[in-house]
Structure formats: C-alpha cells, structure tokens
Design a protein around this ligand. Structure first.
Ligand code: ATP
Length: 353
C-alpha cells in the first residue's frame, strides 16, 4: 500500500479549476518533485496535502488514513516555504523547538531533539543566533530542522531554494537530499527548475495546467517524455517535422532520408505529418556508437560554452542543435560550412500532444 495517495483531486477557486484530476501514489521514503511552469498548480496540490486548502473533490490519505478534510494542525506534516519563514523574534533554538513546545513535549525531550536536529543541519554552533544574523542558506537549514523536529510523517518543500544564489542552491539541495535519505522521510518538493528536479528526485511529476502530464524517474522523463509539453519543458531539444512513410514499418521521411523509428507511430497513415525530437547530445559529427543515420545541412551558428560546443545547423529549412565536447586538438565547425550530424534512430523521440 502506498504511503501518501492523492485520488481524483480537483480544486477550483471560484469559477476557475486550477487542479483538474490529479492522481498520485507515493511510497514511504520516496522523494517526489512536482515540476512545472508558474501557475500550473504545484503549490495548490502541496497546500492540499498540508491542509491549507481543501480539495473541491477527491481524497488524500497518509498511511491509509483519510486526511482530506483535516485542518493543518490535525495532520502530521512538516513544511518548508520559499521565503525564510522563521520567527524573527526567536533564536535558532526556539525556532526549532517551536513545534515541540506547541505539542507540549517535556523540556528534556525538547532539548535533546533540538540538539539532534541542529547536529543534522550542522548548525549546533548557531543555536543562539537570530534569523537576521544568518545567511539565507543557514535560515533555510533552520527552517528544515524546524519542520523535521516534531517527526512529521511527510515533509513538504515549497521551492525552498529559489531565493538563494546558484552555488548555495546546489549544495543545499544535496544536503536536503542526504538528510531526507538518512531519515527515510516521504518528501514532496515543488520546483520550476528542471535541473533541480532531475538531480535529486526518485520520481518527478511534470505538471501542466493542473494535470500530471507524466510521472516517472528522472531518466525516464528526460529520455522518454510522454508529451510535447514534457519534452519541451524538461531539457533542450530540436524538433523535426517528418512525414510518415510506411506505418507498418514505423518509418518516416525527413527530407530525403527514410528512417525506421524505435517506437510505434500509432494509427498514423502514410503521408501524415508527425513531430520528432532529438536531444542535443544525441547528435555527433562522427558516425560512431550506432549513430548510423545522418542529416546533412549548413552550420548556422557555433556557440563555445567552455567544456561544450553547441552547433546550430539548418537541414531542409529545419533547425537542429547539437553539443560536442570541447577538444583542443580539433577545430569546431564554422558558420556556412556543410556538415553531417549523425544519430541513432533509437534516439528519435516521437512527440505527442
Ligand atoms: P508558481 O510556480 O508560480 O508558484 P504554481 O504552479 O505553484 O505556480 P499555484 O500557486 O498552485 O501555481 O497556482 C495555480 C493557479 O491557481 C494560478 O493561476 C493561481 O493564480 C491560482 N490560485 C492559487 N491560489 C489561489 C487563490 N487562493 N484564489 C484564487 N486563485 C488562486
């Protein structure tokens, strides 16, 4: 049985339905990210799990118990918000102790638990500091300790890194993931940053207009996006218009090339237009590692990005981008040059609406 379940969840604000029909089963100890553009309903679903919003329809359970209509204080859930929501008039110790004091835990237990939590976030030495005396990253670690202190069943993180600078974001996300693993706590993390979601999640829910477009492991979401939206939102890619050549063979025509696709093209008929996609790393200048199909075109631009060189080319009026690793002993292509980019047909993605 799954630990946290959301079944046919809908949410309307007045006449506007912002969560359409959301279904998800989360296992105990899993780290799930809700990924999607601004306004797609990520925070609203999170707030329904916390009890700050009540679904218009549907059911939420934790460990088999119905939570749908419980108030936040009747649920055993810890939450970390985007802005540092620490109590400004309390020092670190009192912030972390807050939930335990409210729950009426004995003083000795509170002291021991706060000490344990501060050890977990490696801030034992700052117990007497006030929020204004700490960096943003330190404040978010305290917010995490405060959420975890009462031993919640589920941890909810609402874009906890978005106010921090790039370097701190990366180190703190790794620290959050390590702590989550150590405690084995079921966690839902909201983000609109695809790299963040890809790097730390067991599974990602890609949300689009109040629905889950795809739920899967990062590898699966990136390599086998279920819809055009997921393919475009997660990572970069080149889209290619193709024409169905022989539906029985799953073959398509791109310019003069006839290519057999690795997956079924469904009910398409010969002559139908379909959209394919290739990730930039699927194309190379060399015919190697099974990349036995080539598209020939003209180099449009070359961007030197350091370790990687991104080349844009035009093939039959369509734009393709590909990445090659920098190699100091071989010169990159130049604009106007005719080149062939090689790929394996298995790397072609068929994009569906
Ligand atoms: P962001 O990344 O910008 O925070 P999000 O995906 O978390 O976006 P939500 O905050 O869940 O999106 O909002 C989804 C939609 O619901 C938005 O159109 C928002 O304006 C609307 N919405 C959220 N809360 C309310 C509310 N209390 N009343 C009316 N509309 C709301």
């Amino acid at each position: 049985m799954s630990f946290l379940t959301l079944t046919h969840i809908k949410k309307s604000f007045g006449p506007v339905q912002v969560v359409q029909d959301f279904n998800m089963s989360i296992e105990k100890g899993e780290f799930i990210s809700f990924l999607g553009p601004s306004g797609c309903g990520k925070t609203t679903v999170l707030r329904m799990i916390a009890g700050f919003e009540i679904p218009t329809d549907g059911k939420i359970t934790v460990n088999g118990k119905d939570q749908t209509n419980l108030r936040p204080n009747q649920r055993n859930i810890g939450m970390v918000f985007q802005a540092y929501a620490l109590f400004p008039n309390m020092n670190v110790f009192d912030n972390v102790a807050f939930g335990l004091k409210i729950a009426g835990r004995p003083k000795t237990e509170i002291e021991a638990r706060v000490k344990e939590m501060l050890g977990l976030i490696k801030l034992d030495h700052l117990a007497d500091r006030y929020p204004y005396q700490m960096s943003g990253g330190q404040q978010q670690r305290v917010a995490l300790a405060r959420a975890l202190a009462p031993k919640p069943q589920v941890l909810l993180l609402d874009e906890p890194l978005s106010a921090l600078d790039a370097k701190i974001r990366v180190s703190l996300r790794e620290e959050i993931r390590a702590i989550q693993r150590q405690l084995g706590i079921t966690t839902v993390f909201v983000t609109h940053d695809q790299e963040e979601a890809l790097s730390i999640s067991d599974r990602i829910v890609v949300m689009n207009q109040g629905r889950a477009d795809q739920i899967g492991a990062p590898f699966e979401i990136y390599n086998r996006p279920a819809t055009k939206f997921v393919a475009n939102f997660v990572g970069t890619l080149s889209t290619i218009d193709a024409t169905v050549a022989d539906p029985a063979q799953n073959s398509v025509k791109i310019g003069n090339n006839v290519i057999a696709l690795p997956e079924s093209i469904g009910a398409a008929k010969a002559g139908d237009k379909i959209t394919l996609a290739l990730r930039p790393e699927a194309l190379t200048l060399d015919r190697n590692q099974g990349r036995d199909t080539a598209l020939t075109g003209t180099v449009e631009s070359v961007n030197f990005l350091g370790s990687v060189i991104r080349t844009r080319m035009i093939v039959d009026g369509q734009h393709l981008s590909f990445d090659s690793f920098n190699n100091p002993s071989s010169k990159p292509p130049v604009a106007g040059e005719t080149i062939s980019a090689h790929f394996a047909p298995a790397d072609l993605l068929v994009l569906r609406d």
